[in-house]
Unconditional design. Structure first.
Length: 601
């Protein structure tokens, strides 16, 4: 549309004021009333964007409230584009206002009460906004008391089928409710109450309650971190108001006010206590309380699983799904939960198909925590069908709330870094059809010789775990020398030679304090034996089972490890392929009548 064009014979275009992926907005004049209006236009009348725009028009046309931008008309241009006409608003949005400073307690409560009343009108008709945030709250003439809710672009009627299902994360991280971020969770009016709680928190403190350097970090804070209190940052907040904001931000929707009307009533019940214009008394930002609670520092690891490729739409795209897709998603989530059970990790599947796993190691030493995180990621990789994975590790401290977010942000950067999973591993690393896992330097530095870690242009990557590494010990993917164990290696090699020459088995037990090099000694011995294999008539088979504190109590685990090595199972093969290898190996040694029984055992 151009200047002076007349839309629907009524609205004269004055100028284009903005453009974006969803369409364009024009300032126009209503020729019937001479008032200035906003005309929002989206190209075409078919497709997912137009379906969402149609939903926005239908919902906004039902809402009449002074706290909601006013619907005027809608239709279709001669070019076939959908348009929506709304009242024109001069002023600024709340986001711009908060950039100049936080609100007084009185201003924040008055603004929240008016928005709650507007939401109450929408909730009474079963409409959920789903994207409430400072930039979607407009202040006509900059007046707090005249705030209007705008942009119903992703609003949804309760009980209706969603345009967007698994594959898209709708909303704004930092203001969306936990159930809105999670997969297989329905959202209702309480999601808007949560979002308004985030807005009120920022109005009172100057910062949102959930922050991070990436969407993953923000969502990690939302789903795993401790919900902050306004009183932790603002000393003069009344106790009743502090408690109400905490209820609005409750992770469990049942603990929040049920809708906008009930929230407005709760705000009114606070009375004149909150109506103060005193200068805010803020705590220093560094004094913000911890995310996980307590004053002790303890380790935790984060495993990020990227969204599915191929069928998944781009961020912000739509995908309508049926029961079959929902069933497949539920089966995948159940499989991931089963894989995590041995590690005690907490899994939060997100609506876009990705997932966050947090493992806390309050009673684990650092090396055990790193091993648990690596094994957890490898277990997820077996189920993830080539999706990217990243692992990071850090410490949680009560005095630095955002440290957890920093670890999540680091894992997110690893996940988004191009390269991991695309290049094949070096020649000295056994090949596998499964992509390597991006890891941070803290994890890599703590993993021992069982884990194959390489470093290339894509960074540090975890390839696999073996019962015991064949070859030199690595540190951050680089080999290290073995020194000071010549006598022990000589003695063990001599015993091995005696076993061959005398055809007699012998057992050797090596004991030492933790960290003295028992695993490295075994690694070097196996390397020597393998190098001598060519000079011996019968090939040498090495079966390895290794115990550690993370596997304590695992029945027959050492036998299972040894048998996997004997059968050449690495852990990433399809289940039927593993069974075939076991059957073939059993058939070589066991009478036919016992094949099935032994293979199943």
């Amino acid at each position: 549309m151009q200047r002076a064009d007349v839309v629907s014979g009524r609205f004269e275009v004055l100028q284009q004021v903005s453009t974006g992926g969803m369409g364009r907005v024009f300032r126009a004049r209503d020729l019937t009333s001479s008032e200035t209006v906003a005309v929002k236009v989206i190209a075409g009348t078919h497709g997912q964007h137009s379906e969402r725009f149609t939903r926005e028009i239908e919902l906004l046309a039902e809402l009449v409230h002074p706290g909601i931008v006013r619907y005027i008309a809608h239709g279709e241009t001669p070019a076939g584009d959908l348009f929506l006409v709304m009242e024109w608003l001069d002023g600024e949005d709340l986001g711009a206002r908060l950039q100049r400073g936080l609100l007084s307690i009185s201003e924040a409560v008055r603004l929240t009460a008016r928005v709650a009343e507007a939401l109450g009108a929408a909730h009474a008709r079963g409409i959920v906004h789903r994207d409430l945030k400072p930039t979607n709250l407009f202040l006509p003439g900059g007046q707090i008391d005249q705030v209007k809710v705008i942009d119903f672009g992703i609003a949804q009627r309760e009980g209706r089928s969603h345009i967007t299902q698994t594959g898209t994360l709708l909303g704004t991280p930092g203001f969306m409710a936990p159930e809105q971020a999670q997969s297989h969770r329905a959202t209702d009016s309480r999601a808007d109450v949560f979002a308004l709680g985030c807005v009120l928190f920022q109005c009172l403190t100057g910062v949102p309650p959930f922050e991070g350097d990436s969407p993953f970090a923000v969502l990690g804070q939302l789903l795993f971190g401790q919900v902050p209190r306004v009183s932790s940052l603002r000393l003069d907040v009344p106790e009743d108001l502090d408690a109400l904001v905490a209820k609005m931000l409750a992770r469990d929707p049942a603990l929040r006010p049920s809708d906008g009307a009930n929230l407005a009533a709760a705000l009114a019940a606070l009375g004149p206590l909150v109506h103060t214009s005193a200068a805010p008394a803020l705590r220093p930002r560094g004094a913000r309380p911890g995310a996980i609670g307590g004053s002790e520092r303890h380790l935790f690891s984060v495993v990020l699983l990227g969204p599915p490729g191929g069928d998944a739409p781009p961020p912000g795209g739509d995908r309508t799904t049926d029961g079959a897709t929902d069933g497949a998603d539920a089966e995948m989530e159940a499989a991931l939960q089963r894989a995590l059970r041995p590690f005690g990790g907490r899994l939060e599947p997100l609506a876009d198909g990705s997932a966050i796993v947090v493992l806390e190691g309050e009673r684990q030493i650092a090396t055990d925590q790193a091993a648990a995180a690596a094994r957890c990621a490898l277990a997820l990789r077996d189920l993830a069908a080539g999706r990217p994975l990243a692992v990071a590790m850090g410490r949680a401290d009560s005095s630095v709330k955002l440290l957890e977010g920093a670890v999540l942000a680091r894992a997110a950067r690893l996940l988004e870094r191009p390269g991991p999973g695309l290049a094949p591993p070096p020649r000295d690393v056994p090949s596998t059809d499964l992509p390597p896992i991006a890891i941070d330097d803290m994890i890599a530095g703590l993993l021992d010789a069982r884990f194959e870690v390489i470093e290339d242009d894509a960074g540090l990557r975890l390839c696999d775990e073996r019962a015991l590494v064949q070859g030199a010990r690595t540190l951050l993917g680089r080999p290290t020398a073995c020194v000071g164990r010549d006598w022990e290696l000589g003695a063990l090699t001599a015993i091995f030679d005696d076993c061959i020459h005398e055809a007699q088995a012998r057992a050797v037990i090596v004991t030492a304090a933790p960290g003295m090099g028992k695993s490295r000694l075994a690694t070097e011995l196996i390397g020597r034996i393998q190098r001598r294999d060519a000079s011996i008539a019968s090939p040498i088979a090495i079966w390895i089972g290794r115990g550690d504190s993370l596997r304590a109590g695992s029945t027959l685990d050492l036998h299972a490890q040894a048998l996997r090595g004997a059968f050449g199972l690495r852990g990433g093969e399809p289940l039927e392929e593993r069974r075939d290898r076991i059957r073939d190996r059993v058939a070589e040694r066991v009478p036919p009548e016992s094949h099935q029984r032994v293979a199943e055992f």
